[in-house]
Write a protein that binds this ligand. Structure first.
Ligand code: FES
Length: 99
């Protein structure tokens, strides 16, 4: 085996592993900016809201875009989000059937 090959193999190995680690790190960093929730209860591991059906009343409108200042309730912020991004998100509306 030549001396050049003895140097080239470890250099190629280090370059390959280094490239993999850099791309892996960049991919992880890139996905954090794609988080849906940018502001609500960020110190909590999971944002969960629970309501009793009896307390909802005749109609409740819940945010699904995560932009509402009244989260978990919709305040209409989805309209601006849709206009800026071309998205089509809207609220979840729960209402009682009229009997
Ligand atoms: Fe988020 Fe309306 S404000 S769905």
């Amino acid at each position: 085996m030549s001396a050049h090959l003895l140097v080239a193999v470890p250099v190629a190995l280090v370059a390959g592993v280094g490239g993999f680690l850099v791309s892996h790190y960049l991919q992880k960093r890139c996905c954090k900016k794609d988080q849906v929730n940018r502001a609500i209860n960020k110190d909590s591991p999971k944002v969960v809201h629970s309501f009793d059906m009896e307390d909802i009343g005749s109609k409740a409108v819940y945010c699904r875009c995560w932009k509402s200042k009244k989260f978990p309730y919709c305040d209409g912020a989805h309209a601006k989000h849709n206009e800026e991004t071309g998205d089509n998100v809207g609220p979840l509306i729960i209402k009682k059937k009229e009997s």
